[in-house]
Design a protein around this ligand. Structure first.
Ligand SMILES: [Zn+2]
Length: 494
């Protein structure tokens, strides 16, 4: 096997988040030494991978793989390879076609059909992380918010802390806030009756009066009570103590949303917004004929589309989507095998991560030794003062980064990732069941979750574009070697 070593550091990761290019290279070269791997080239990229076509060296590396210069890639973590799904798709294709034989990290090897699945999931979460990162970068100058400190006057139920840093629960009013959410989430109160009830129980405004219903309404839709800070529509993680759980907040939002929805909307165009006419590229819209029949057809925005004259009823469109979901949904055995394997590997990886702490500690020691040697060389006059300063700064930067890495917690992240992946898996095996038996709302949200939009021609869905979350699963069912999957599972006693 011939390896490319690929190191990447993006500008928005800052100095503290990820290992420097040199550190990545050193970790990988140490690993290569241990494992006696053949390395063809070391590729170091320092651009952002968040947007497409922004990594010439990465693209170039994949081209070189296609030309046969190497057939494996070594990285410190799979997130180095794909912060967006375009790249991931490319990598997965190459593995599928056996042009790329493996992607390796010091803790995992991805080389077979089930691995595509975990790699896919890793990519998905890398891309989610990437999105979170984008949000953080955007907010980079709002440092107070990033520190989680409440930036202004406390909402009711909290008081500002005297020295000006943040907010804390108001001992008198905070219990009423919790109580208000609990009462309202029962569904038995309107905002008006809730306001009355709270007043009876002793809740008063800051000026000692009965709160206005508008104030209570504002309170019930304020996410800050579950621990975030909201500024200009953006949510930040707050440092203040939550008064309610996110779950109860969501429940209350559902109730408020349901009640405020206009009741008289008679016609429910379930499948509007999801289809594009393939002939002319316009949207497929819905309308009513003879006051009761719902039909779908091309909007004919450009004025010359023949599809515009053809009408399709709701059941027809529904069948089309039903067919898509039946084809797209995952075979349960495959999904379970791959999930079990993924879990086993992830847990092993987390153990390895603990071990790699030891390795990093060793690296820190090595750096200390190098630093001493450097000093000796300088004192002996073998290197110049400039050179000494330069190298010393390098070493110290690296040391600082290693110390940050040591501090990072891994275990929690893995539990969380496993949870998310299991949820995706559980949905993925019953998409057509959910679509068939769900109500219109469920159908809409399924389509929305899985598909960006679909082309529609002569009454058929001719092609689809998957959303980021589902993209990695696209080709999974086309892998036929289920026997091998079973063997892989059985040889991996989890
Ligand atoms: Zn059209």
């Amino acid at each position: 096997m011939k390896y490319f070593i690929y190191c990447r550091k993006s500008s928005e990761e800052g100095n503290r988040q990820a290992q420097s290019l040199d550190t990545q290279q050193r970790i990988l070269l140490d690993y290569v030494d241990q494992q006696k791997l053949e390395v063809v080239d070391i590729i170091k990229e320092s651009k952002s991978a968040r947007t497409d076509q922004n990594r010439p060296l990465f693209t170039n590396m994949l081209e070189r793989v296609e030309r046969g210069e190497a057939n494996a890639v070594l990285v410190v973590h799979t997130d180095r390879l794909a912060r967006n799904l375009i790249d991931a798709g490319h990598v997965i294709k190459l593995i599928e076609n056996r042009i790329l034989k493996e992607v390796r990290t010091p803790t995992s090897v991805f080389n077979d059909a089930p691995s595509l699945m975990y790699m896919g999931f890793d990519f998905v979460f890398a891309s989610h992380y990437s999105r979170d990162l984008a949000i953080k970068v955007k907010a980079g100058n709002e440092s107070k918010l990033l520190k989680g400190e409440y930036p202004s006057y406390a909402p009711i139920g909290y008081v500002n802390i005297m020295n000006g840093k943040g907010i804390e629960p108001d001992p008198i009013r905070a219990p009423f806030i919790t109580r208000a959410f609990e009462l309202f989430s029962s569904g038995e109160y309107s905002i008006k009756t809730l306001t009355k009830k709270l007043y009876e129980e002793g809740f008063r405004s800051r000026s000692g009066k009965k709160e206005y219903t508008s104030q209570i309404h504002r309170m019930l839709i304020n996410p800050e009570y579950y621990g975030v800070i909201r500024r200009k529509g953006q949510l930040y993680v707050g440092k203040h103590k939550p008064l309610i759980s996110k779950a109860i907040f969501d429940q209350v939002q559902n109730i408020i949303f349901d009640r405020s929805r206009p009741r008289k909307q008679k016609h429910n165009f379930v499948f509007r917004d999801f289809l594009i006419c393939e002939e002319c590229g316009c949207k497929v819209t819905a309308g009513i004929a003879k006051g009761k029949y719902i039909y779908y057809r091309c909007t004919n925005g450009k004025g010359s589309c023949k599809q515009h004259k053809i009408y399709w009823d709701t059941d027809h469109i529904k069948d089309e989507f039903q067919q898509f979901f039946s084809q797209f949904e995952l075979d349960p055995e495959r999904a379970n095998i791959s999930f079990d394997l993924y879990k086993t590997k992830k847990l092993a990886e987390s153990k390895q991560d603990n071990n790699s702490h030891l390795a990093i500690e060793q690296q820190i020691k090595n750096l200390d030794i190098r630093l001493k040697k450097l000093e000796d060389m300088y004192l002996d006059g073998r290197i110049s003062a400039e050179r000494f300063d330069e190298r010393k700064t390098d070493y110290q930067n690296e040391l600082a980064q290693l110390q940050v890495i040591i501090k990072q917690k891994v275990k929690q992240d893995i539990a969380h990732t496993l949870e998310l992946v299991e949820e995706v898996k559980n949905n993925a095996v019953q998409l057509s069941y959910l679509f068939k038996n769900g109500n219109d709302e469920i159908r809409r949200s399924l389509i929305k979750s899985v598909l960006w939009n679909s082309n529609f021609l002569d009454g058929e869905i001719t092609s689809t574009r998957l959303t980021k979350l589902w993209k990695p699963l696209e080709n999974l069912n086309q892998t036929h070697d289920l026997e091998k999957w079973r063997r892989d599972r059985d040889s991996n006693p989890g």
